[in-house]
Write a protein that binds this ligand. Sequence first.
Ligand code: FES
Length: 353
Amino acid sequence: MTTATGHKVALAFEDGVTQFITVPPGQTVADASYRARINIPLDCRDGACGTCKAFCESGTYDGGDYIDEALTEEEADAGFCLPCQMQPESDLVLRISGTADMAKSSIGQFTATLEKLHWYADNTAGLTLAVDDREKLHYLPGQYMNVKVPGTDEERSYSFSSGPGAEKLTFLVRTAPDGVMTTYLKERAAEGDRLVLEGPIGSFFLRDVKRPVLMLAGGTGIAPQLAMLEKLSASGEAPAFPIHLAYGATWDKDLVEVEALERYAASIEGFTFDTIVADAESEHPKKGYVTQHLLAEHLNDGDVDVYLCGPPAMVDAVRKYFAAEGITPTNFYYERFAVGVPHEHAVHPGQAA
Ligand code: FES
């Protein structure tokens, strides 16, 4: 959101932690980071050394003055930039070299109240949380939070399914046999419970739509895609290129929030989606795996940004499918999740390939 006092800039670190700063008119990104006590890599502060070099994932800016040794023309054309010189002309998302830890910037801690626990089916729950200090929690659509499981020392990671502007936060939870979050939700959870969350985290977030977009979701992997679609819908602007979502599930009951997808198909120009069920007994019109229902127009000869969120087997299957089809997507961002394991093993940052 652009405010009267400046542009909002997301600083996405290599460890997946993201911090948001506001850059007032006339200030550089480095100035504003410094004032926010976030020590992004800096040396000369003069556009001479290249130490601060970052990559702009989205937004527009005035690159400022610098010499070729710090940033070549090719690098600038490719999207690299120098925070010590650049001044935002819109909200930005910058990929910063180094970790948040190195920048002496700790991950955000939040408390929230469980407002609603909704069971879509016996294996999928939806949580609605009212976060204290909501105005201090900024996130990019596609990112996740670590949620401490009440009554335990453990935490689990869940992607926001709500858009960044939503007052209440929503998450989808796939249950796991004897999982700590599952046990909490099924046996102890009550509306009004207090929860502790950390984040936002993750580099699986929506970039500017610069070419056709193909979203692939498996099971509760639909959550981050819902957040992305909400962001696109809320912008009120028609994306410059078509966006297609193929959403697969094992059983019919695993397909959730299809009504929301229908609303997005009506509100986002050029957005289409398919739902696909793997169960051989299902009477769903589209059966099998998501890759069996992709058309040439969705792949666009590889000139496509792919966002994939699903279990590890799905991520592997999609990679193999692209290889077999001879398709190398321009950008391939993915998030793998496994049910019922802590985040260290459960979530891998999206990657551009
Ligand atoms: Fe040297 Fe930015 S700190 S170029």
